[in-house]
Design a protein around this ligand. Structure first.
Ligand code: ASC
Length: 150
């Protein structure tokens, strides 16, 4: 019996430590919202620069695409820590917290498609870049459709 109570205490402490971690990185919910919006803005900015090349609005410069893709690849894993418990609001729909598994699958897909865009950029093959750009953008849009306020 004693052991069981002790185990419960350990579980309770561990759970509170783990669930507090996401918010603990930010002083207040507003800081988490600002962080995630900033990270997504930086990523979108560099994604749009590759988009201009893909659409033929800007001439293809391999080194520029490599730099933009590397930034996207780095940024892709960052915004999600800003969606911790208690940070509802901003442009995020309640579905972010209600459908956490689905939201997480979009995060994972973004991380993998951004890595694919990064590889395509390094290959210098514009057709491969176009394909990887489309795959990444489709995931941006799919996630926004389900989880971002219009
Ligand atoms: C962008 C940007 C997005 C995506 C998305 C793709 O350039 O800022 O959020 O592309 O519109 O559908």
């Amino acid at each position: 019996m004693k052991f069981n109570h002790y185990s419960l205490l350990i579980v309770a402490v561990a759970t509170s430590v783990i669930s507090g971690t996401a918010l603990a990185q930010f002083a207040k919910p507003e800081a988490a919202i600002k962080y995630r919006q900033s990270a997504l803005t930086v990523m979108g900015t560099h994604f749009a620069r590759i988009g201009a090349v893909v659409k033929g609005e800007v001439p293809f410069n391999k080194d520029d695409v490599i730099k933009n893709a590397a930034i996207i690849n780095t940024m892709a894993s960052l915004p999600w820590q800003g969606f911790g418990a208690g940070t509802e609001g901003g442009s995020a729909l309640p579905s972010v917290w209600a459908e956490g598994d689905k939201f997480k699958s979009h995060q994972d897909k973004l991380i993998s498609t951004a890595a694919g865009l990064n590889s395509a950029a390094q290959s210098g093959d514009l057709d491969a870049i176009k394909k990887a750009f489309a795959a990444t953008g489709a995931n941006c849009k799919g996630c926004h459709d389900d989880f971002k306020k219009k």
